[in-house]
Design a protein around this ligand. Structure first.
Ligand code: DAH
Length: 344
């Protein structure tokens, strides 16, 4: 029995030495020290031994179990240490590697400019108004003094959806809608930024979809000089304090009189260059005094109320302000273009 125990011990220790991982070691533990293992087997046969031999063999069996258990524990610690070291080595972070930069986004140039213009007009007491992009013919044209068949409708080639519904060609219908909501009582002092649509062929200066900002101020005693003051403040804030504005007579069916506003050219400061086509002036927006018919149709009494309105294109303003030479840059989302304006 002694030899058998000695043999089992050597065998077990050999397997402990050979175990390559914790799992194999666990198998050795179960095989030699478990209830069904060979040592238990030996102990079971102790009944046949003499009374003197029994404690000796019992002691020996316990020693063998102890030695195997210790060997297993020691080996387990070793294996765990090796495994941990391997894992740490594998997961180690090389802090000297250059980092991967996180791309930072920013608002689109047009969004920023529109917000800047909004803030500026809010500062002058205007409120933001909105209207639908799919608009009724009535609000897009008729309520703006452009009855069916009016030749000026041709100036704005439209995307019609049905006979009475179209993609709005300008933000001016929001004027008519907002005035109507006021039920004939002023003041109405709004700007309406938004998308508009025209049946144009896209090129460097045309787009079938673009943005506009409409302005409207209706109250008692609103005069042309109020319009001029507001537009002058706008032009100086957006383009610089050294800019002058000039109002030229023009025509819009919804205003009378109508004007176009120019700003002095920033390149030549008014003396004439190729950007301003030698005129010293650059056209920025259309404006005028709200036509009495428009006031009337929206429920305002033109004998009591007067007002001014204006409409501008943020794309054009951005192109002039930042020297963008193609309107399509605003819509193609080339990050190399957009990124330039993140801190503008
Ligand atoms: N709606 C005009 C356009 O799209 C712009 C415009 C001109 C708006 C004069 C106005 C205005 O309110 O008074 O061309």
């Amino acid at each position: 029995m002694k030899e058998r125990l000695e043999e089992l011990k050597q065998e077990a220790l050999q397997r402990v030495r050979e175990a390559e991982d914790v799992k194999q070691l666990q198998e050795v533990r179960v095989a030699y020290l478990g209830k069904k293992g060979p040592i238990t087997e030996v102990l079971r046969g102790m009944g046949k031994l003499s009374a003197e031999e029994r404690p000796v063999i019992g002691q020996l069996a316990n020693d063998v179990r102890g030695e195997i258990a210790t060997a297993i524990d020691t080996k387990q610690e070793q294996l765990e240490k090796v495994a941990l070291e391997a894992k740490l080595a594998e997961e180690s972070i090389d802090v000297t590697l250059p980092g991967r930069p996180v791309q930072q986004g920013g608002p689109h140039l047009l969004t920023k400019l529109i917000e800047e213009i909004e803030d500026l007009f809010i500062g002058m007491g205007f409120e933001i108004a909105e209207g639908p992009e799919v608009e009724q013919d009535y609000y897009n044209f008729e309520a703006l003094n452009l009855p069916k068949g009016h030749p000026a409708r041709d100036m704005q080639d439209s995307f019609y959806i049905t006979e009475d519904l179209l993609m709005r060609t300008h933000t001016s219908p929001v004027q008519a809608r907002t005035m109507k909501n006021h039920e004939g009582r002023g003041p109405v002092k709004i700007i309406c930024p938004g998308k508009v649509y025209r049946r144009d062929t896209d090129d460097a200066t045309h787009s079938h979809q673009f943005t506009q900002i409409e302005g409207l101020y209706v109250d008692k005693n609103v005069r042309m000089s109020d319009l001029k003051g507001v537009l002058d403040t706008f032009a100086k804030k957006i383009f610089g304090q050294n800019r002058e504005i000039r109002l030229r007579p023009s025509f819009f069916p919804f205003t009378e009189p109508s004007v176009e506003m120019d700003i002095s050219c920033k390149i030549c400061l008014g003396s004439g260059c190729s950007v301003c086509k030698q005129t010293g002036w650059i056209e920025i927006l259309g404006a005028g005094m709200v036509h009495p018919n428009v006031l009337k149709m929206a429920g305002f009494d033109p004998k009591v109320y007067t007002g001014f309105a204006f409409g501008m294109g943020p794309e054009r303003i951005a192109m002039l302000k930042y020297g963008v030479d193609d309107i399509r840059h605003f819509y193609t989302n080339d990050n190399r273009f957009l990124k330039q304006f993140h801190n503008a």
